[in-house]
Design a protein around this ligand. Structure first.
Ligand code: N01
Length: 545
């Protein structure tokens, strides 16, 4: 790698989503030189890319927003209970403007490689265009669902119609009026976009391999009284949310279904179903640990599907039976199941008759079945959590690549660092609560922890920090142990890496809870960064052994 630019930084941040933006703000406050590199031409990360029709957050707006500036949270007004993608992107742009972040962000620049220079104790980071930047610390603020994936169907290039992926949606409006549209997949993105596409398209055919559980969002305009309730004592409510299991206030009941009579359970599920949103999964404390409790919740939702979908055969096809509810990410929707009552919508089950290839005019599946389409929408998901990190050619000590190190699954200490890669941090990395939590809360916690850590190093005349292999091994074992006390590993989910052929199947996020995890991170810091090796400018170990 040649050093084509003299540019040198304390902190290079990859990604200008909410994580990268907040980190840049904190670095400036801490007096460290920092710069963000972003592949897109704007801020917003996942909300920049995922512009598909119906895209909406499944965490309420009052909680899916930054809580670190009282003035910001008091002034910003959300128009809906659950904000749609355009409004969240508008919020991201507002944050960038309000804190004057853009002057330290280089857009349309993808980071392709990063190599640790052991002698200098610094990183040489390369852009796709060939520029090299030298920095002390690298922070991958690259998100968990950033590498969209279209399955490797033969004939993809032969199809003459339009193709889309929900995660790479065009920036101009896409009109499906009068068109024959196929949607492949029935995860969150499909479940949100199908009702909207169905209203425009002449014919919509949904190719479903695995039905998913979905709860109505019951979205609506923001209620003034509700907004007022949040804003009165907002800071205190944020603190309370940070101590919860998911980082979402008023979601999780501590009552156990296994200690609740069946008729009472059903009443509680009905109340949560009527309230709407993912809080359904917070109805009881043991839904994802007790199979018996889970079965009741799952059957409750299946009965709702049977009640919503008129054709009993289609209803049964839409009923998930091969995984416990919640073990694949629970979906939320606006009139998803009812959409199958429309005369222009057809459901095709490809579980036992997989899609085989694309033709010039459409899709082929099973034994010789073909249908013609004008447009194909791939709602086929992402190489989640690790895909974006391992696609960058990251080389740590002795030239070891991150890809090689994680060949058998991600290994991290606290989801923040990985041994052998000094001064390289991840935000919401595998081994932290990340995708199981309110991402805003988890992003803030990681950014604050990293900031405190770098300030600590600076004030102690230190320059290097690295996860110790023994601490990392113990953390990975703990992450696994906690996961295996739940039903999550029973599903072929992207949490497990099961959606990517050949990817090791390991439960990647930490399910011990946001509050517990925060306490652990704080304790590690309070003990002088226990489990980390801290080094001086010369790379000599000096503390926290
Ligand atoms: O992706 P997914 P997504 N043939 O991986 C199917 C977040 N998110 O973009 O289950 C046929 O969930 C695949 O089938 P199967 C959220 O965390 C949040 O929808 O592998 N089908 C599945 O149905 C979410 O979980 C929000 O059998 C194929 C679908 O494609 C995550 O993003 C909104 C196939 C992929 O579903 C990812 O959601 C949207 C094949 N060869 C997203 N290959 C909210 O905040 C794949 N599939 C609300």
């Amino acid at each position: 790698m040649t050093k084509s630019t003299p540019r040198a930084l304390d902190v290079l941040i990859v990604g200008a989503g909410f994580a990268g933006m907040y980190l840049l703000h904190r670095m400036r406050q801490a007096g460290l030189s920092a710069h963000v590199y972003e592949a897109a031409d704007g801020v917003g990360g996942t909300w920049y890319w995922n512009r598909y029709p119906g895209a909406r957050c499944d965490v309420e707006s009052m909680q899916y927003s930054f809580g670190w500036d009282e003035a910001l949270q008091q002034e910003w007004k959300w128009s809906e209970r659950f904000a749609g993608q355009p409004e969240i992107l508008q919020y991201a742009n507002h944050v960038a403007d309000r804190y004057d972040l853009r002057r330290d962000i280089t857009f349309e620049t993808r980071i392709s490689a990063a190599r640790y220079d052991e002698e200098a104790g610094s990183w040489d980071v390369r852009t796709e265009a060939g520029e090299t930047i030298t920095c002390r610390y690298v922070v991958m603020a690259t998100g968990c669902l950033s590498t969209a994936r279209i399955p490797d169907f033969p004939g993809l290039a032969d199809f003459k119609g339009r193709t889309f992926h929900t995660g790479w949606w065009p920036h101009h409006p896409v009109d499906f009026t009068g068109r024959r549209v196929a949607v492949v997949g029935t995860g969150s993105s499909a479940i949100q976009s199908i009702p909207v596409i169905a209203e425009q398209a002449a014919q919509l055919t949904v190719f479903q391999r695995t039905p998913n559980f979905s709860i109505p969002t019951r979205n609506g305009p923001m209620d003034d009284a509700y907004e007022g309730w949040w804003k009165d004592g907002y800071a205190r409510k944020r603190v309370e949310a940070r101590a919860t299991r998911t980082g979402i206030l008023n979601r999780q009941s501590e009552q156990k279904a296994s200690e609740t009579p069946l008729d009472e359970q059903l009443k509680i599920y009905e109340a949560r179903w009527q309230t709407g949103g993912t809080s359904f999964m917070g109805s009881f404390a043991d839904i994802v640990t007790s199979k018996a409790a889970n079965d009741v919740a799952a059957e409750f939702v299946r009965n709702k599907i049977r009640g919503l979908v008129r054709d009993p055969r289609v209803a049964e096809l839409l009923c998930p039976t091969n995984h416990p509810i919640g073990t694949k990410r629970i979906c939320v929707d606006s009139h998803y199941y009812e959409t199958y009552n429309r005369p222009n919508v057809t459901l095709v089950d490809v579980r036992n008759a997989p899609i085989t290839h694309l033709t010039e005019s459409g899709l082929a599946w099973g034994e010789g079945k073909v249908a013609a389409f004008d447009d194909i929408v791939f709602a086929t998901g992402f190489d989640a959590m690790t895909g974006t990190l391992t696609r960058v050619d990251i080389r740590g000590r002795a030239g070891q690549t991150l890809k090689d190190k994680w060949e058998g699954g991600p290994q991290t200490y606290l989801g923040l660092m990985t041994a052998g890669f000094p001064n390289l941090f991840m935000i919401t990395g595998p081994g932290s609560p990340s995708v199981l939590s309110n991402m805003m809360v988890s992003i803030e916690q990681h950014v604050d922890w990293i900031t405190d850590c770098l300030v600590h190093l600076k004030s102690h005349g230190m320059a290097g920090i690295e996860a110790r292999p023994d601490a990392e091994g113990a953390w990975v074992a703990h992450v696994n142990e906690v996961a295996h006390k739940t039903l999550y590993p029973q599903a072929n989910s992207w949490y497990m890496g099961a959606n990517i052929p050949g990817k090791p199947q390991v439960f990647m996020p930490y399910i011990g809870g946001v509050g517990t995890y925060r306490d652990k991170c704080d304790e590690v810091a309070a003990k002088g960064y226990e489990g980390f090796r801290i080094t001086g400018p010369t790379g000599v170990a000096q503390a926290a052994e």
